[in-house]
Design a protein around this ligand. Structure first.
Ligand code: HDE
Length: 678
C-alpha cells in the first residue's frame, strides 16, 4: 500500500484513495441523531472489517510462522538433481509454518497434539513444499480415512467441545476400531505431543519420497528435520498450566527467540533407500504408519535451515501461506503411498476454498521467487494484468517472450512401471499394526514409558463409554502387556476386562531403536532455554550479576520476576527493572528457576500463594531450582525435599555452580517420588 502524503504528512484514506478528514465520528443527522446510510466511509470501513476472517484450515488451523533460509552442506548431486541441493554456496529462502492439528485458529498452543512442520523452499526451479509433522508416522494408511479420523478428533459436533483435545469419546471410539493407528497413538501419547518449544521439535516428511539424479536414477528417501539445540518436552501438568498462563506459549517463544537473535536451526537429512533395498525391510515402504529406525538406515544430513525473520503480518503470511505436497521440483518425486497420493489432491482443493480462488499463488508469501509464466488467466483475485492477445500455445503470432515448454530442464515424472487391476483393497504388506508400536514403546526410557501410560490413562479416563476403554486395553495387550497392566491399574480396571483383539499379523519383537527417545538424546544444554529469576527488595546484587553472566555464557535467555512489575532495589542500591510480576509469570514459563529473596522480603513471600506455588510447581515439574540462603523458608513452605536439583547459592561462583546443575535438565529421578501413573 502506498503512503498518501499531502503537505508532506502521511494521511489516512479510503480504499479509493480519498483522504479521510475524521476517523473518530460517523456521519449523523445531528450530533445526537441516527447514523446516515450515506456514510460511505463508515460503510467501507465496517464492510472490510466484517470480511476480515477467511475460512480457517479444517486441520492445522492454529499456526505460527517464520522466514529463513536453507543452505546445503555439500552437493547432493549423487542422489538428487534438485537445484537447491547442488551447491553449498546456494542459499534458498524458506517460510515455515508450525501448527497444532485439532484446535481452531484461536486455540491454545499446548494441547496434547501432533505438530505440523511445513516448509516452503522458494527454489530457483519453483517452490518445493515439504509438508510434514513432528511425528514420523500417521494414524491411517489410506486417504479415504482422513475425514473420519479428523471428524473423530475434532470437537464433537452436537456439543461443540472439547476444543483442541483428543481426550474424548469420539476420538477413542474411532481409534479403538482402527488397529493401523496404534503406532501413531504411542507417539501421540508420548512427550513428543507436548513439546517445550517449536524450536525443539523434530520434523518428518512421513511418507516415502523419491530422489532422482540427473541421470534418472531413483532412490527412496525419508525426510528428517533435526533441531540443533535438541528436542525437549514439558511435563503434562505443566502443559495444562501453561495453557492458562500463556495460551500463545509456543508462538511467543518462537517470536521472541527470533527477535533476540537466537535463531532456531534445523538440519535437514534423508534416509536413502536403494530401490532394491526396499524388499529387505521388515515392512512396506509405502505404509505411512511405519518408520525406518536410524540404527538400520542412518540419516545423511544435507544442510541446515535457519529461521531469522519474524513475519511482518500474521494474516498476510502465516494465515495465507498455502502448502501443497504436490509442489515439488525436478530431482524429487512421489512414492505410491496411498496417503500421500490422496494428499496430492487435497491441498490444492483446500486452498481454493480457503483463499477464495485459483490465484492464491499470487499472494506474496505463496509466489515463487523465480519467474513463473503460463497461459492460465483471469479467475477470482487475479492480480496480474496480462498483456497481449495470445493466451494459448502453440501460436505463431505470440511474441518471442511468450512461455514455451522446457524439455531439457522441465519437471519429469519418474517413469515407474505400474500395472494392476483397479481395486479397492489394502495391501497385505500393510497388515502388521503392532510390531512398530511395540518397538517405539520399548525404545523409550522409563520416564518416557511412564508418561505414555499416564497419557493413555488420562485420555481414556475422559472416555465415559467403558466398552471403548476395554477395547483399547485389548490393543495395549498386543503392544506390551506391562503397558496394558499399568494403564488398567491407573484406570482402576482389570486387564481381564480387555476386549480380545485378533491381530491380523502377530506382533514381532523388532530390534529396539534408542534414537527414538528424546531423553536419551537430551543434549544437556541451556542454549535456547529460558531461566526465570525471582528477585525481591534487597536481592543480593552480586549473586544476580553472577547468574546473569553465567546464563549469558550458556546462551540461555533470562527473565526477571518480582512481586510487583515496578521492579526492586538490589542490595547495592541499584534499581532492577523486571519483565514480569509474580502473578503474571508462574514458573511453568521457565526451564529452570532461581529464587533470590532477601532477608527482609522472605516473610512476605512465604505468605504469598503465588510465590509458594512458583516453587512447588518448579519442583513438581522436576526443574533445577537455585535459591539464596534467605529463600530456604520459601523452599520449606513449598514442601521441597532438597535433592541434587535444588542448588543453594552460597559460596564463590554461584553462577557457575548453578548452571552446571541446570544444564543437566529435568531431574527425572525425582518424578516417582512426586507422582503416580495415571
Ligand atoms: Fe494434511 N492437510 N492431510 N497431513 N497437513 C492440511 O491443507 C490432508 C497429512 C499437514 O501449515 C490441509 O492447507 C489429507 C499427513 C500439515 O498450512 C488439508 C491427508 C501429514 C498441514 C490437509 C493429510 C500432514 C496440513 C488443511 C490424508 C504429515 C498444515 C489446510 C490423505 C506428513 C500446513 C491446508 C500449513 C494441512 C489434508 C494427512 C501434514 C485439508 C487429505 C500424513 C503440516 O488439505
Amino acid at each position: 500500500m502506498h503512503q498518501v502524503a499531502v503537505d508532506g504528512e502521511p494521511h489516512l484514506t479510503t480504499n479509493q484513495g480519498l483522504p479521510i478528514a475524521d476517523n473518530q465520528n460517523s456521519l449523523k443527522a445531528g450530533v445526537r441523531g441516527p447514523l446516515l446510510l450515506e456514510d460511505f466511509i463508515l460503510r467501507e470501513k465496517i464492510t472490510h472489517f466484517d470480511h476480515e476472517r477467511i475460512p480457517e484450515r479444517i486441520v492445522h488451523a492454529r499456526g505460527s510462522g517464520a522466514h529463513g533460509y536453507f543452505q546445503p552442506y555439500e552437493s547432493a548431486a549423487d542422489i538428487t538433481s534438485a537445484g537447491f541441493l547442488q551447491d553449498p554456496k546456494k542459499i534458498t529462502e524458506v517460510f515455515v509454518r508450525f501448527s497444532t492439528v485439532a484446535g481452531g485458529a484461536g486455540s491454545v498452543d499446548l494441547p496434547r497434539d501432533v505438530r505440523g512442520f511445513a516448509v516452503k523452499f522458494y527454489t530457483e526451479e519453483g517452490n518445493f513444499d515439504l509438508v510434514g509433522n513432528n511425528i514420523p508416522v500417521f494414524f491411517i494408511q489410506d486417504a479415504m480415512k482422513f475425514p473420519d479420523v479428523v471428524h473423530a478428533v475434532k470437537m464433537e459436533p452436537d456439543r461443540g467441545f472439547p476444543q483442541a483435545a483428543s481426550a474424548h469419546a469420539t476420538f477413542w471410539d474411532f481409534i479403538s476400531l482402527t488397529p493401523e493407528s496404534m503406532h501413531m497413538i504411542m507417539w501421540a501419547m508420548s512427550d513428543r505431543a507436548i513439546p517445550r518449544s517449536l524450536r525443539m521439535i523434530e520434523g518428518f516428511g512421513v511418507h516415502t519420497f523419491r530422489f532422482i539424479t540427473a541421470k534418472g536414477v531413483s532412490r527412496f528417501v525419508k525426510f528428517h528435520w533435526r533441531p540443533t539445540i535438541g528436542s525437549a518436552a514439558v511435563v503434562w501438568d505443566e502443559a495444562v498450566k501453561i495453557s492458562g498462563a500463556d495460551p500463545d506459549f509456543h508462538r511467543r517463544d518462537l517470536w521472541e527467540a527470533i527477535e533476540r537473535g537466537d535463531f532456531p536451526e534445523w538440519e535437514l537429512g534423508v534416509q536413502v533407500i536403494e530401490e532394491g533395498q526396499a524388499a529387505d525391510l521388515d515392512f512396506d515402504l509405502l505404509d505411512p504408519t511405519k518408520l525406518i529406525p536410524e540404527e538400520i538406515i542412518p540419516i545423511r544430513m544435507l544442510g541446515k535451515m535457519v529461521l531469522n525473520r519474524n513475519p511482518d503480518n500474521h494474516f498476510a503470511e502465516t494465515e495465507q501461506v498455502a502448502y501443497c505436497p504436490s509442489h515439488i521440483v525436478p530431482g524429487i518425486g512421489f512414492s505410491d503411498d496411498p496417503l500421500l497420493q490422496g494428499r496430492l489432491f487435497s491441498y490444492l482443493d483446500t486452498q481454493l476454498s480457503r483463499l477464495g480462488g485459483p490465484n492464491f499463488h499470487q499472494i506474496p508469501v505463496n509466489a515463487p521467487r523465480c519467474p513463473f509464466a503460463n497461459n492460465q488467466r483471469d479467475g477470482l483475485r487475479q492480480m496480474h494484468v496480462h498483456k497481449g492477445r495470445v493466451a494459448y500455445e502453440p501460436s505463431q503470432i505470440s511474441p518471442p517472450s511468450a512461455p514455451r515448454e522446457c524439455p531439457m530442464h522441465g519437471f519429469r515424472t519418474h517413469p515407474e512401471a505400474e500395472t494392476g487391476e483397479k481395486i479397492r483393497k489394502r495391501s497385505d504388506t500393510f497388515a502388521d499394526h503392532y510390531s512398530q508400536a511395540r518397538l517405539f514403546y520399548r525404545s523409550m526410557t522409563v520416564p518416557e514409558q511412564n508418561h505414555i501410560a499416564s497419557a493413555l490413562a488420562f485420555e481414556l479416563a475422559k472416555v465415559e463409554i467403558v466398552g471403548i476403554r476395554q477395547r483399547m486395553l485389548g490393543h495395549l495387550a498386543l503392544i506390551d502387556p506391562v503397558l496394558q497392566q499399568t494403564v488398567a491399574d491407573a484406570l482402576g480396571m482389570s486387564v481381564k476386562e480387555s476386549v480380545k483383539i485378533q491381530a491380523a499379523v502377530a506382533p514381532r519383537d523388532l530390534a529396539l531403536s534408542p534414537s527414538l527417545s528424546m531423553i536419551a538424546k537430551d543434549p544437556q544444554t541451556l542454549k535456547g532455554r529460558k531461566a526465570g529469576i525471582l528477585v525481591t527488595e534487597g536481592t543480593d546484587a552480586s549473586t544476580l550479576q553472577a547468574l546473569l553472566a553465567a546464563f549469558s555464557n550458556e546462551k540461555a535467555a533470562v527473565e526477571l520476576i518480582a512481586p510487583k512489575i515496578g521492579g526492586v532495589t538490589a542490595s547495592n542500591g541499584s534499581a532492577i527493572a523486571v519483565h514480569h510480576s509474580l502473578s503474571g509469570a508462574p514458573s511453568v514459563l521457565f526451564d529452570t528457576v532461581v529464587i533470590l529473596a532477601s532477608e527482609k522480603a522472605i516473610g512476605d513471600l512465604v505468605r504469598e500463594a503465588a510465590a509458594v506455588n512458583w516453587v512447588r510447581d518448579a519442583f513438581g515439574h522436576l526443574k533445577v531450582i537455585g535459591y539464596s540462603p534467605e529463600a530456604t523458608a520459601l523452599m520449606e513452605a513449598a514442601g521441597v525435599e532438597p535433592d541434587d536439583g535444588t542448588v543453594l547459592l552460597a559460596g564463590a561462583n554461584p553462577g557457575k555452580t548453578f548452571v552446571r546443575s541446570a544444564k543437566q535438565g529435568r531431574r527425572w529421578d525425582r518424578e516417582p517420588t512426586l507422582r503416580s501413573i495415571g
